[in-house]
Design a protein around this ligand. Structure first.
Ligand SMILES: Nc1nc2c(c(=O)[nH]1)N[C@H]1C(S)=C(S)[C@@H](COP(=O)(O)OP(=O)(O)OC[C@H]3O[C@@H](n4cnc5c(=O)[nH]c(N)nc54)[C@H](O)[C@@H]3O)O[C@H]1N2
Ligand SMILES: Nc1nc2c(c(=O)[nH]1)N[C@H]1C(S)=C(S)[C@@H](COP(=O)(O)OP(=O)(O)OC[C@H]3O[C@@H](n4cnc5c(=O)[nH]c(N)nc54)[C@H](O)[C@@H]3O)O[C@H]1N2
Ligand SMILES: [Mo]
Length: 755
């Protein structure tokens, strides 16, 4: 465990990622937390076709071959955190009051080990008390059944839940009578779902791993793969080695985008790094829509000079709508506005257009939170699609759209029906198969759920994983909201701050994780996940669980449902928990693309779900791909203010803090920092490491956070960056993206004061 009192260390940021330091770091982590034997066993099973799926990110595994070390440094840290042999049991809770636990850091919480027994915190209690599983389910059933309407309860999901758990959970929630299924996606790629759905008719990406490896040009926008999707670097390296070009679009210089030393190759072990990006565009925060508008403008202008040679007229004619309106919108946008809003000189935009047009116009654009957590995220994503449509860079080899998902099964959870706005066909399919009336009123998303708890409308909050309090925006407001409920209930593997801010009654239900062996009445079980590229594959835990009292997620949901609703003619809840094949048979009957699920998922590597845009079929309102002729928009702040983004360090998984370093950015032993442009610091008389008060400004509301140390960093003027979740208190609850309602965690207006 790191010493939290050690002083901060600041070094020069790295210029390449992975290599031997990554291997050393992962081995150190796993041996210190899980022990040598358990740790090595865990790593050997990780991402093997008969082992378990990495619980870290959603980047796909190769379809046809697996190295024995098919994992990355941060995957190893995620497994180490889950496979730890330390436990948080009844004794732990007896000796730690809620008040004491609240005073500890998120890092400390994670270090304590795995939750092993169901615990309850009743009104007025200072300590969690043990409770039996039977009493736990009776308590939940009582609370749920005494509500005046099912809509008075909400059921959150974090994206680690398996397909089987997610399907059973949404079924339980809908039979209970509500669509209140907020999920982490609402804070993550919801904007991608909304934007892609409107433009191309599916809220998912359209490329495979092979497309990435064989593309000509890959633009990586608002994403830091070196930390958050390290195995993506290997695919980018393959692309570069085959003559492709990678372009980074990011206000910050991120080591992982500069160069990569493959830790599974000899050259990489000797830290010989392959340069990755041929062009690094340091956009202004939220300058991405303007940049893509600039590419479009350049394409139109070149087409005018050499008609018929640049745009894909056949594709545009056969497959799209609104092309003329889009052309008019581009024409109405001046170069000056594009350059001002993006912060990128015209020559750089022309150079990028040259790269795209070179060879086959095989273009892939990848993006993540730098794009999705902005006010105009949906229009930005649709602008990316606009550029792809102009040159027909979709639905052919080596070209397409690639929103890079976060949580390892967040995409699968949505496929399984974890969605507060479930489409009608899904309701009909559930009704036909299970013979019940599925409620149609849209449920609450994350932000709406927080407001509804605050106003007293939501009285029960149940969470299948996650750390709602720390992940949500506006931490104090969210804490007040949670405290107003009658019951908060967390199905969880590790202790976190959400467990310490409860309703009148608080419950912690300890569950098995991905790496744990899951044995039920019918024998050892496996679960399934869907990765970022629509491949469904199995995951089988192998480690002996830390305690017999831990229960699997599907069984917890089954028992909760049985206690609350009882069995129906068509649903025998605990029989489904006894044998997950039965859950998969239901999935096969309800969701298109899962026909013969049990059989097909046994194939090594799993199977691809159907993806219509890959075949140039568009299930949009017009049955075509829709250009979006929106006017250019940009996030502007008042003079003297800065645009703050909240991002991840190299040593965390969302709210789980594995360590206190951010190796690639050169930071050691401290997370309370704010990265700033050196000239912006000079203007304000701010010295490196000087403690600052950050104030966020939103519609006349002010929010403060103190003691953030200033770090000069290579980033555009006007930009600032601090870590999630430490800076979440600054994200205003009502500052959300248009249409998707995602909190604008990457676009917060702030001012600074020297303390
Ligand atoms: N190890 C590890 N892996 C993870 C996670 C983790 O916490 N740790 N989290 C998982 C999850 S749930 C997710 S969603 C993904 C997140 O993966 P990322 O999206 O890579 O995560 P962030 O750290 O939020 O990084 C956002 C990047 O966007 C850039 N950015 C910020 N604002 C802008 C902007 O306006 N324009 C552009 N172009 N760039 C901008 C930032 O500088 C940063 O490099 O990773 C997943 N994988
Ligand atoms: N300011 C700001 N806020 C953000 C973001 C940001 O970039 N900036 N990013 C947003 C994004 S992209 C996301 S996805 C959300 C993440 O939001 P969440 O998904 O809610 O948060 P996590 O930190 O991933 O959840 C960690 C907890 O999940 C539990 N857990 C881990 N594994 C399992 C498991 O297998 N089963 C169960 N039942 N529980 C498990 C553990 O108890 C652990 O403490 O946060 C969002 N919040
Ligand atoms: Mo995410």
């Amino acid at each position: 465990m790191q010493n939290e009192d050690k002083p901060i260390s600041v070094k020069k940021p790295k210029t390449w990622a992975a290599g031997r330091p990554a291997v050393t770091s992962s081995m150190k982590q796993i041996i210190s937390t899980a022990g040598l034997v358990r740790g090595t066993k865990a790593l050997l099973e990780l991402n093997q076709t008969d082992g378990f799926d990495c619980p870290s990110c959603a980047w796909p595994d190769p379809d046809d071959h697996r190295a024995t070390t098919e994992f990355c440094e941060n995957g190893a840290k995620a497994v180490a955190s889950e496979a730890t042999s330390k436990i948080v049991d009844e004794r732990f809770f007896r000796s730690h009051s809620i008040e004491q636990l609240q005073a500890e850091s998120d890092y400390w919480h994670d270090q304590q080990g795995r939750l092993t027994s169901p615990m309850v915190l009743r009104e007025g209690d200072t300590h969690y008390q043990p409770i039996s599983w039977d009493d736990t389910f009776a308590l939940i059933a009582d609370e749920l059944n005494s509500l005046s309407h099912p809509d008075d309860a909400a059921f959150y999901t974090s994206g680690r839940a398996s397909n089987e758990a997610a399907f059973l959970y949404q079924l339980f929630v809908r039979v209970f009578g509500t669509n209140n299924l907020p999920d982490c996606s609402n804070m993550c790629h919801e904007s991608s779902g909304s934007g892609l759905g409107a433009s191309i008719g599916i809220g998912k990406g359209t490329v495979s791993l092979e497309d990435i490896q064989t593309s000509d040009t890959i633009i990586v926008v608002g994403q830091n793969p070196g930390t958050n999707h390290p195995r993506m670097l290997a695919a980018l390296e393959d692309c570069v080695n085959q003559g492709g070009k990678v372009i980074a679009v990011n206000p910050l210089i991120e080591a992982g985008l500069l160069a990569f030393a493959h830790p599974q190759k000899i050259s990489g072990m000797f830290n010989r790094a392959t340069p990755l990006t041929s062009q690094y565009l340091q956009v202004r925060v939220n300058g991405d829509m303007a940049l893509f508008r600039g590419i479009a403008k350049s394409l139109f202008e070149r087409e005018e000079q050499a008609p018929g040679t640049i745009l894909d007229h056949t594709f545009i004619g056969e497959h799209t709508t609104q092309a003329a309106e889009y052309e008019a919108a581009v024409e109405a946008t001046s170069w000056q506005q594009i350059i001002d809003d993006s912060g990128i000189p015209r020559e750089e935009i022309e150079k990028l257009t040259d790269t795209i047009l070179d060879r086959n116009q095989k273009l892939i654009t990848c993006w993540a939170m730098g794009v999705t957590q902005q006010k105009n995220a949906v229009d930005t994503i649709r602008e990316i699609v606009n550029v792809h449509l102009l040159i027909g860079a979709i639905g052919r080899d080596g070209a397409g759209l690639c929103p890079v998902r976060g949580h390892s099964n967040v995409q699968g959870d949505r496929t399984m029906g974890i969605f507060e706005k479930l489409p009608e066909w899904f309701h009909l399919s559930l009704e036909k198969h299970f013979r019940f009336e599925s409620p149609r009123k849209h449920g609450y998303d994350v932000v709406e759920a927080i407001h509804a708890m605050h106003s007293g409308d939501l009285k029960v909050f149940i969470a299948l994983g996650g750390n709602f309090l720390q992940a949500a925006p506006d931490t104090d407001y969210t804490a007040e909201a949670l405290r107003k409920t009658n019951l908060t209930c967390h199905i969880a593997t590790k202790l976190n701050r959400s467990h310490l801010v409860t309703g009148k009654t608080g419950l912690i239900l300890p569950c098995l994780g991905r790496s744990d062996r899951d044995t039920q009445a019918s024998g050892d079980q496996f679960v399934t996940c869907e990765n970022s590229m629509g491949v469904v594959h199995k995951s089988k835990g192998k480690l002996t669980p830390n305690s017999d009292l831990m229960m699997s997620e599907p069984m917890i949901i089954a028992r909760m449902a049985e206690a609350t609703l009882g069995d129906t003619d068509t649903i025998k809840w605990t029989e489904l928990g006894d044998d997950y094949d039965r859950i998969r048979d239901h999935i096969a009957a309800v969701i298109p693309g899962f026909e013969d699920f049990n059989h097909r998922v046994s194939e090594p590597g799993g199977f691809y779900l159907p993806n219509a845009p890959k075949q140039r079929i568009w299930s949009t309102d017009t049955q075509k791909a829709n250009f979006n002729p929106a006017a250019l928009s940009i996030f502007n702040v008042a003079p003297g203010h800065l645009a703050l983004q909240t991002l991840r360090s190299h040593d965390q998984y969302n709210t789980t803090i594995y360590g206190l370093d951010d190796r690639y950015r050169g930071i050691g032993n401290n997370r309370m920092i704010v990265f700033l442009n050196p000239d912006d610091m000079k203007d304000r008389g701010i010295k490196p490491l000087q403690p600052l008060r950050i104030t966020s400004h939103f519609q006349g509301e002010l929010r403060h956070a103190d003691n953030f140390k200033a770090i000069p960093y290579d980033m555009p003027r006007g930009a600032a960056a601090a870590y999630f979740p430490e800076a979440n208190g600054l994200v205003p609850i009502n500052s959300t993206a248009d249409i998707s309602n995602t909190p604008t965690s990457k676009g917060i207006e702030i001012s600074l004061e020297i303390l």
